[in-house]
Design a protein around this ligand. Structure first.
Ligand SMILES: NC(=O)c1ccc[n+]([C@@H]2O[C@H](COP(=O)([O-])OP(=O)(O)OC[C@H]3O[C@@H](n4cnc5c(N)ncnc54)[C@H](OP(=O)(O)O)[C@@H]3O)[C@@H](O)[C@H]2O)c1
Length: 255
């Protein structure tokens, strides 16, 4: 039998990938990487214009079909509309996320609920929306973007850490639930990337020093550094990997 060429295992030719939170940051970077590997990508967030702009750039750079779609992952009807129109999804990346930082006594309950609603409940709604189709086709890879804070924590991140720990638990449950159907579910746990989510931290150099001090590689990650992990989990290269959490955290959780 001919052995497969290892780099071919990472190709996504003919695959349709939906990336929530694809308008910017990690989601946009992952979408570009998938398109470079041959996928058709749908990038979505609440900002349709930003998604269409991101998709146009990805299409121009890669020559692959890409389109933008509007979705609010906290809204069941909006999620249903996205997946009704998306086509047969092979890869779903749940990258939509927010972070709000307060000590618990100053944390408005509605903001706590908002973080959990986007990061945890939104991920659940999108996983639910692709489940039946992927199981029926007996193929699919779902990648939930958790965080280093899905395994460790920082002060003033009660909502964020709870939601990201929850995403890892949900990912394991889905991996078991879908295993016999040929559908895989894994988590990526990024360390610090200097996206819009983290820019407010730059006004607090002592916080940046504390975070980067916890990272063995002692630096922010570059956006391109999420792509290899995402492509691995999306593609046949990870065909025996499910229920796992892949830490792209510069060694933060090694300590
Ligand atoms: N940056 C880091 O260091 C880091 C570390 C660990 C984990 N993460 C995780 O990585 C993921 C991406 O974060 P990022 O750093 O790339 O942040 P970002 O640049 O702020 O991007 C967040 C994305 O989520 C979308 N989004 C927010 N709320 C949404 C909603 N209700 N429905 C649909 N889309 C929504 C945003 O678009 P709209 O605002 O247009 O909706 C945007 O596309 C998040 O899950 C985050 O928790 C990031």
């Amino acid at each position: 039998m001919r052995e497969p060429m290892v780099l071919d295992l990472f190709r996504l030719d003919g695959k349709l990938a939906v990336i929530t939170g694809g308008s910017k940051g990690l989601g946009r970077s992952i979408a570009l990487g998938f398109a470079q590997a041959g996928a058709t990508v749908v990038v979505c967030s609440r900002d349709l214009a930003a998604c269409e702009a991101a998709a146009a750039e990805i299409a121009a750079v890669t020559g692959q079909p890409a389109r933008g779609c509007e979705v609010d992952v906290t809204d069941e009807a909006s999620v249903a509309a996205l997946f009704d129109s998306a086509g047969e999804v092979d890869v779903l990346v749940n990258s939509a996320g927010i972070n709000i930082r307060h000590p618990i006594e100053d944390y408005p309950p509605e903001e706590y609920r908002r973080v959990v609603d986007v990061n945890l409940n939104g991920t659940w709604l999108c996983c639910r929306a692709v489940a039946a189709g992927m199981k029926a086709r007996r193929r699919g890879s779902v990648i939930n973007v958790s965080s280093t804070l899905g395994a460790v924590a920082l002060p003033e991140r009660t909502a964020y850490a709870a939601s990201k720990h929850g995403v890892i638990g949900m990912t394991k449950a889905l991996a078991l639930e879908w295993a016999s159907s040929g559908v895989r579910c894994n988590a990526i746990c990024p360390g610090p990337f200097l996206t819009e989510m983290n820019r407010p931290l730059l006004a607090q150099p002592e916080r940046v020093a504390a975070i980067l001090g916890a990272v063995a590689l002692s630096r922010w990650a570059e956006l391109v550094e999420i792509r290899g992990a995402a492509l691995f989990l999306a593609s046949e290269a990870s065909s025996y990997v499910t229920g796992s959490s892949l830490f792209v955290d510069g060694g933060w959780t090694a300590a």
